[in-house]
Write a protein that binds this ligand. Structure first.
Ligand code: DAH
Length: 350
C-alpha cells in the first residue's frame, strides 16, 4: 500500500513539470489524459488496488483524490496564464484603430503605404546649410513679398536702371513685389547685423517667366554674403571651390568669367570643370568642358554705403546659388518643371 501511495505522490511532481512545459490548451488536455485519463498513470495505479484491504484501499483512494485535486489546481492556474497571453497578443495583432479612414485602411490592407521624405531641393538646401554653418555662417530669412527698395533700390538698381529688365517681376496691387532673388536678404541682414557678417539666405523666389524646361516662375536660391575688413576675389574663389567640392563630394576646378550685376563690382559668372567629361567636352557641358554654376562678385561700395557702413572700412563678397539648377546638375534632372509638378513618381526617386 505504501508503495502505491508513494507512486501517486511521485505523479504530482511529474504532472507539475508537464503542465509547466505545456505551451497551449491542447498540450494541457494531453497532460490530463496522460495522468487521469482512462489509460493514464493514475488509472494504472488504481488497477493494483485488488490485493488490498478495504482500509488500505481507502488510504490509497484518499491519496488519489488529493492528487486529482492538486492536478486540477495546477491545470486551472496554467489555463489562466495561457488565456492572459492569448489576450495580450490579440491586442497586438487584432486591434482596431477607429481613427483610420476607409482610404487609409485600403492602403494599409493592400500594403501600399509609402512614408514621405524630404523634397530633393530641401535635401540639398539642408546639406548646404550644414556646410556653411560649419564655416561660421548664419542662416537668415527675409520676406517673399518684398518692397522695391530691398529687392532693387538698395542693391544699386536705380529707378530707371536697365538691369531691372533682367528680372521680370510680379508686382502686387500694393506696389510690393514678389522677390526676384534672395539678394534682397543681403540688405535686410546689413540693416540688422553688425559686421563682420557671414550669412546665407536660402528661399523661394519668383519671376514672371514663360515656363519651359529650364524656366520656372517659382524657384529656389541661396544667397551668400561675407562682410569683413578685407575681402578679396581670392577669398570668394576659395569659398566657392570648398563649397562645390563638398556638394559634389570630390575636388572641383572653378574659373571666373566677367558677369554684370549692379550690386557687385567686379561681378562674375563662376564655372566648374564638367564633372561628366572632366573637361574634355560632352553634351552636358555643350562640349566646352565647363558648366556655369553661379554668379558672384565683390559687394558694390554703393550697397555697403546704403547700408550705413563705410566702404573704406568694410568690403564684401556675395554669391547667388540657384538651388534648382544645382539639384538638376547633381541628379541629372532634365526639366525644371518636375520640382513643382507634385508627381510622386518623380519625388520617390530621391
Ligand atoms: N541675384 C542674382 C539673380 O538672381 C544672382 C546674383 C548675382 C547674386 C551675383 C549675387 C551675386 O550675390 O553676387 O540673378
Amino acid at each position: 500500500m505504501a508503495d502505491l501511495i508513494a507512486e501517486i505522490q511521485a505523479l504530482e511532481a511529474k504532472a507539475a513539470s508537464a503542465i509547466a512545459a505545456a505551451a497551449d490548451t491542447e498540450a494541457l488536455q494531453n497532460v490530463t489524459q496522460e495522468f487521469t485519463g482512462k489509460k493514464g498513470a493514475l488509472t494504472h495505479v488504481m488497477k493494483q488496488l485488488g490485493s488490498l484491504t478495504p482500509e488500505q484501499r481507502g488510504e490509497v483512494g484518499k491519496a488519489a483524490n488529493i492528487f486529482k485535486a492538486r492536478l486540477e489546481e495546477l491545470l486551472a492556474a496554467k489555463e489562466a496564464v495561457l488565456a492572459e497571453a492569448r489576450f495580450a497578443s490579440l491586442a497586438e495583432t487584432e486591434f482596431v484603430d477607429l481613427s483610420v479612414t476607409p482610404g487609409e485602411y485600403a492602403a494599409i490592407a493592400s500594403g501600399a503605404t509609402h512614408s514621405g521624405h524630404v523634397h530633393p531641393i530641401a535635401q540639398t538646401q539642408k546639406k548646404l546649410e550644414e556646410i556653411f554653418t560649419s564655416m561660421g555662417f548664419s542662416i537668415v530669412d527675409g520676406p517673399q513679398v518684398e518692397d522695391d527698395y530691398h529687392n532693387f533700390g538698395a542693391l544699386n538698381f536705380t529707378d530707371d536702371h536697365p538691369a531691372r529688365d533682367m528680372q521680370d517681376t510680379f508686382y502686387t496691387v500694393t506696389k510690393h513685389l514678389l522677390r526676384t532673388h534672395t539678394s534682397s536678404v543681403q540688405i535686410r541682414a546689413l540693416e540688422k547685423m553688425k559686421p563682420p557678417i557671414r550669412i546665407i539666405a536660402p528661399g523661394r523666389v519668383f519671376r514672371y517667366e514663360e515656363v519651359d524646361a529650364s524656366h520656372e516662375h517659382t524657384f529656389y536660391q541661396m544667397e551668400g554674403m561675407i562682410i569683413d575688413r578685407k575681402v578679396s576675389v581670392g577669398n570668394l574663389l576659395h569659398l566657392m571651390q570648398t563649397l562645390l567640392s563638398e556638394v559634389f563630394s570630390k575636388g572641383v576646378e572653378v574659373r571666373l568669367r566677367p558677369g554684370y550685376f549692379p550690386f557687385v563690382e567686379p561681378g562674375f559668372e563662376l564655372d566648374m570643370k564638367c564633372l561628366v567629361c572632366n573637361g574634355t567636352g560632352c553634351p552636358v557641358c555643350k562640349h566646352s568642358g565647363w558648366v556655369e554654376v553661379l554668379p558672384c562678385g565683390l559687394v558694390h561700395p554703393n550697397v555697403i554705403q546704403k547700408a550705413g557702413l563705410s566702404p573704406e572700412e568694410w568690403q564684401g563678397a556675395a554669391f547667388g546659388l540657384g538651388l534648382n539648377r544645382l539639384v538638376m546638375m547633381q541628379h541629372g534632372i532634365e526639366d525644371i518643371r518636375h520640382f513643382m509638378a507634385g508627381k510622386l513618381d518623380f519625388l520617390r526617386q530621391f
